[in-house]
Design a protein. Sequence first.
Length: 257
Amino acid sequence: MDPAHIVRMEDPDMNTARTLITTLVLGGLAAGPALADTDSLPRASKQESIGIGSGLVVGALAAGPVGAILGAATGALLGDRLHRDHTTMTGLESALAEARTREGHLDARVAALSDELGVRERMLHDLEQTTARIGESVQFSVPFRTSEASLPPEVVNRLARLGRVLVELGDVEIQVEGHADARGEDRVNLALSAARAETVRAVLLDAGLASEQVHTIAHGSTEARADADDPDGLAFDRRVDIQLVLNTQTGRFARRD
């Protein structure tokens, strides 16, 4: 049989297979570096390889060699796009996981700070109550003789030492309250209690306290409790009380701003 005749009589499916093989080879060459397996070029991603292979097959079946080449190129682009989208999604998932971790750490820190703040507030409350109780008991009384507003030297010296101690407390306010016993007229007792308070105030100022720190109040005999036949009680009513001024809202010693 004539060989030429043999070539012409080949099975059409064989021609299609050869064409597909040739197309795949040409398509692989046209795809370029994406399918190259060299050390000098980056290796194609899985998505790119799938895209190129799929594009070759679909293109070859649809439009022959030219279609295979175009299909391979299109598949490569789609594969690259898929690879980049996959990389972006992976990065976003990683960033989201890190953000959630940081959020958890911040929540834990906020909770710890909240607990610490609660402890400090309780400590401050306890301190203010303690200060208020101490302030109520920090009161000094200076006795006076009947109908007198002056003090003997030894009492002045003790009062001066007390004044220097109050100076060390800082910028606190001090209240000096004068009293008189119930004997005598009210107006006389009021004037006498005021004079006694001023005597004590003068000693405190000499000890170093500022004038605006020391306030005086004259009660006269309005707070006297002793009967006329009670000498000890009468002696207690003839006095000047010195006490630190407390802030009624905070319970702390009042301070000048």
